[in-house]
Design a protein. Structure first.
Length: 278
């Protein structure tokens, strides 16, 4: 869907994404993995069934549907939303291109005894699915170049309501100090909420915002896991000069917290749902 942007906001969005991707390609120490998400896919699943109350995003989204409705989750990841939401509707469909994410999603659905969820192995651009009552797209649009076509397809496949879940600031913000230290340059940021609002306004979409509780990512289970995930996020390979630099700085950058380790400067993110009726 690249090249389909016509609004000023859409063109500016595309440039932000392309500039960020160009920086990533220039910095990357090895060819991109077939599945970028494999090292971190385990972080995109819901808690084990019954271990905690539904998170605020699930509760807010569940409040937008009735038991007879269907839900489509675009870019469903490991099922953090699709699996619990399936319990509130008649049928759910999860579109997810990453094999590693789909593996987590299927395993989570099985663990939750969810049987009314179909998984579609595809990008949204190429997905062939029927319209659903609620279309959810959580933390996906940041890297989409042809954003206007992407949003139009969401609208074309919904019967009642679209819900975009976004952070107010880039999700990568936690890693920015490491990026600057290891690579010696500032990270180019991707579009987030301000750009989403400009885009929807220029597309004449009347939306509302539902604010959610602050959220902070799960701790790293170990120092070793922290290193592996930070290497993936910074595009450095084990044993390289930059990887050694990263490993050295992590020695003094991790706090011990319940459940593992967290970067000392990590702050909660404020997520929200940008939603509109169709």
């Amino acid at each position: 869907m690249a090249g389909e942007n016509a609004t000023t906001a859409g063109i500016a969005w595309q440039k932000m994404v392309e500039d960020e991707h160009a920086q990533s390609d220039r910095i990357r120490e090895e060819a991109p993995s077939d599945d970028f998400w494999r090292p971190v896919a385990h972080r995109f699943v819901p808690p084990k069934k019954g271990e905690s109350t539904p998170d605020d995003t699930v509760k807010k989204l569940a409040g937008l549907i009735s038991p007879s409705d269907s839900v489509l989750d675009v870019g469903a990841g490991g099922g953090r939303l699709a699996v619990p939401l399936a319990q509130y509707c008649s049928h759910a469909t999860a579109v997810e291109p990453s094999e590693a994410m789909r593996e987590q999603l299927v395993a989570t659905a099985n663990a939750w005894d969810v049987t009314n969820l179909d998984v579609v192995a595809s990008t949204w651009e190429d997905a062939v699915v029927d319209p659903h009552d609620l279309v959810v797209c959580a933390h996906v649009v940041y890297t989409v170049t042809g954003i206007e076509g992407f949003v139009r397809k969401l609208v074309e496949h919904v019967r009642k309501r679209v819900a975009l879940v976004s952070f107010e600031r880039p999700a990568s913000a936690t890693y920015l100090p490491l990026w600057s230290y290891v690579h010696g340059e500032e990270r180019i940021e991707l579009p987030t909420l301000p750009q989403i609002e400009l885009l929807l306004s220029e597309m004449s979409i009347n939306y509302e915002k539902l604010f959610l509780k602050e959220w902070i990512s799960r701790p790293f289970a170990s120092r070793e896991q922290a290193l592996v995930e930070c290497q993936a996020r910074l595009f450095v390979i084990p044993g390289s000069e930059k990887s050694e630099k990263l490993e050295a700085v992590l020695e003094d950058s991790l706090d011990v917290v319940d459940g593992g380790f967290r970067l000392k400067w990590a702050e909660p993110h404020r997520p929200l749902i940008v939603t509109w009726n169709v």
